[in-house]
Ligand binder design. Structure first.
Ligand code: UDP
Ligand code: MG
Length: 310
């Protein structure tokens, strides 16, 4: 049984894999502990899987899982967690934005007795303004509206103890937001700080569509506040309507100073229509996730793997 498992999701990372392996290997051999690397190929369209298989032939501690198609970053990491054997598990990106050398610090903290050691970004290099801004806003909003304390400015780069992995595996929901789930689980958590590098090569696999989906998953799986927003706006609109009724009655019967009110009717119809659509949309976001969970489809489909026991 290896002491340390390293889980690496891969989506079109052929240019990064050789350097990543070099640097990971350097760190591991320094630590002098038994370890395994688990690569999850998340439907890459490039040569990534061939490179991984080649590494696996040459190194007995390399495992791989090859998905039948792209299932997304969080699902890829989940598959790695399902199939790793280490007493401690590291989750790390393949693009070298998460420096492998930091694993030393994570591992030391684990030895001090922490079950979760996450890596907190001090600075982010090589990402455009929009990405940095949306990420920043997302973590701040999530912090505000959820009941759990998801650490700000952290990705999935972290070390988690076997105990945490075992709990995660019992959390079978389809929408995976691992950093939220890990906060929710608890245990002794701490962090180490680092400067986030730019991507070593290649380009991001996170399109804005995938980012939006991830953000909505994060909000809906940890907060019901948006649903309460629907009730809240309902009350506000009712209040406004009540005042308008009074004004209309006053104008009609007391001041007798009224004009046939096309404008006010149009405005209230449009306003109400907008509010109703927003509320239906919010409810829809929750219902679509409910139905996905009820269907109980497998989270991912493995096409090929060199892990035999599972
Ligand atoms: N990734 C994945 N599936 C995807 C998108 C990304 O497995 O659909 C992997 C990717 O190979 C990398 C990690 O997830 O190891 C983080 O992705 P990326 O660097 O593209 O995201 P960013 O750092 O830009 O947020
Ligand atoms: Mg990246």
């Amino acid at each position: 049984m290896p002491e340390l498992s390293i889980v690496i999701p891969i989506y079109n990372e052929e240019e990064n894999i050789p350097v990543l392996f070099e640097r990971l290997n350097g760190v591991i051999s320094q630590l002098k502990i038994g370890s395994e690397l688990i690569f999850i190929n998340d439907g890459s369209k490039d040569n990534s899987i061939a490179l991984i298989k080649d590494l696996a032939i040459k190194n007995s501690n390399i495992k791989y899982i090859d998905f039948s198609r792209n299932f997304g970053h969080q699902v890829a990491v989940s598959a790695g967690l399902d199939h790793c054997a280490g007493k401690a598990v590291i989750i790390i990106d393949a693009d070298l934005q998460d420096p492998p050398e930091l694993i030393n610090d994570l591992y030391n903290k684990w030895n001090e007795g922490y079950e979760v050691v996450y890596a907190k970004r001090r600075a982010r290099q090589g990402e455009n303004f929009l990405k940095r801004f949306t990420a920043k806003m997302f973590y701040r909003i999530l912090q505000k509206i959820t009941s759990i304390n998801i650490p700000v400015d952290t990705g999935d780069f972290r070390l988690i103890d076997r105990k945490v992995v075992d709990v995660l595996r019992q959390m079978t929901e389809q929408e995976k937001v691992l950093r939220g789930q890990i906060s929710w689980i608890g245990f002794r958590q701490t962090f180490v700080e680092y400067d986030r590098d730019a991507r070593y090569a290649g380009k991001t696999g996170y399109t804005y569509k995938k980012m939006l989906r991830f953000a909505l998953d994060g909000i809906t799986s940890f907060s019901n506040l948006p649903l309460k927003f629907a009730t809240f706006t309902g009350f506000v609109v009712s209040g406004i309507t009540f005042v308008m009724i009074l004004v209309a009655l006053y104008a009609r019967f007391i001041s007798k100073n009224y004009v046939p009110g096309w404008t006010s009717i149009m405005l209230s119809v449009l306003f109400l229509g907008g509010v109703q659509l927003i509320c239906i949309g919010i409810i829809g976001e929750y219902i679509s996730r409910l139905s996905a969970n009820i269907r109980k489809r497998p989270l991912y489909i493995i096409g090929d793997s060199n892990i035999s026991n599972k």
